[in-house]
Design a protein around this ligand. Structure first.
Ligand code: PHE
Length: 360
């Protein structure tokens, strides 16, 4: 029976090999060479079977200790190698999120979008939600439900784009105003209602101040005991905020819309004496929107009881409002996608307007 060799140099050389293993494959090879089935330490442990009990009493613990210390060193080394590998991978996959944006951004927010955002911020602050409807409307939502009688000349008033008739002879239209969103909202929601509806509208018109597609914002409030005083205060306050000047005076001139009664156009004070229009002061008046109390026929059509609820509505042209606020003389460049124009008149997309933080 061969005596056990000196374990100390074996341990030293094995631990050195573990420490020197620079990747997991090498470390695994060291483990197999020492602790594997035919490994150096395993083979020594097999000798224990042939020893006398006295020999085994010292050799057993010595070999077990060696095996345990080696196993521990191997697993510690393995954990360290894995951590190194992960760190190396993370370093290569690192994204530097601190890079500055392009110094010369190509695009800018179109003034129409800016005005949408500003009005959404102002009316949002007053408790209005944003509603939407389709650009391609049926006759019912665009006209009939809004109290335009069949064959009424008011239908011609809008220079409507009609689509081809379907199999039943019905012709859809490109909506001529955002008022159909009033109908869709009242049909699908119970009062109280407070919405604005920004969107594109279409009419056959094309000159310096008209384009066949333009933008409107509709507003609708339905509740118990709503009256013209609410309409006037709400709109005067909203446009004081929009033009960022106190509108000491606004004027509501009687007008006609089939879907409101009474109806009015709202004018605000302005000064045209200098080269440009100044809002909020002066001797002139500037028309900015149409409005009125929602007609009882419209409420009834939408299933709202006119004896229990009333409301007001308003609609305004966003393109013209943007021209006014940002001093753009011509409407046509709005739709020419000229980057130089957008850069000049556009807005930084990340500067969202807020009522408290400033609109523009
Ligand atoms: N829809 C009308 C237009 O396009 C504007 C309007 C909306 C008037 C709501 C009154 C109430 O001219």
């Amino acid at each position: 029976m061969p005596a056990l060799p000196d374990l100390a140099p074996i341990e030293t050389s094995a631990l050195a090999a573990v420490a020197a293993a620079s990747d997991e494959a090498t470390l695994e090879a060291v483990r197999i060479a020492e602790l594997g089935k035919k490994g150096r330490v395993s083979l020594l442990m097999r000798e224990l079977g042939g020893m006398s009990p006295e020999e085994r009493q010292t050799a057993g613990p010595a070999l077990n200790g060696l095996r345990d210390r080696l196993a521990e060193a191997i697993s510690a080394r393995k954990a360290a190698l894995e951590a190194n590998a992960l760190n190396a991978r993370l370093a290569t996959e690192r994204e530097d999120l601190t890079l500055p944006p392009r110094p010369d951004p190509i695009g800018a927010l179109h003034p129409v979008m800016q005005v949408f955002e500003e009005l959404a911020a102002i009316f949002g602050d007053m408790g209005f939600a944003v509603a939407e409807g389709p650009d391609i409307e049926d006759d019912f939502h665009n006209f009939t439900a809004l109290n335009f009688p069949e064959g009424h000349p008011a239908r011609e008033m809008h220079d409507t784009f009609f689509l081809r008739a379907d199999a039943k002879g019905a012709r859809k239209v490109l909506r001529t105003h955002t008022s159909p969103v009033q109908i869709r909202t009242m049909v699908s929601q119970k009062p109280p209602i407070r919405i604005i509806a920004p969107g594109r509208v279409y009419r056959k018109d094309w000159d310096a101040t008209h384009t066949p597609m333009f933008h409107q914002i509709e507003g609708l409030v339905i509740d118990c005991e709503v009256h013209m005083g609410h309409l006037k205060t709400c709109l005067t306050e909203a446009f004081s905020r929009f033009f960022e000047v106190p509108l000491a005076q606004s004027r509501f001139r009687p007008h006609f819309f089939p879907f409101t009664e009474p109806s009015a156009e709202m004018d605000i004070r302005c000064d045209r004496s200098g080269g440009e229009i100044r809002v909020g002061e002066g001797a002139d008046w500037l028309e900015i929107l149409g409005c009125g109390m929602v007609h009882p026929n419209v409420l009834r059509t939408c299933g709202v009881d006119p004896d229990a609820y009333q409301g007001f509505a308003f609609g305004l042209g966003v393109d013209r409002l943007a021209m006014l606020k940002y001093g753009m003389p011509d409407l046509r460049p709005y739709f020419e996608a000229d980057v130089d124009w957008t850069r000049h008149y556009g807005f930084k997309p990340w500067l969202l307007p807020t009522v408290t933080g400033g609109l523009s």
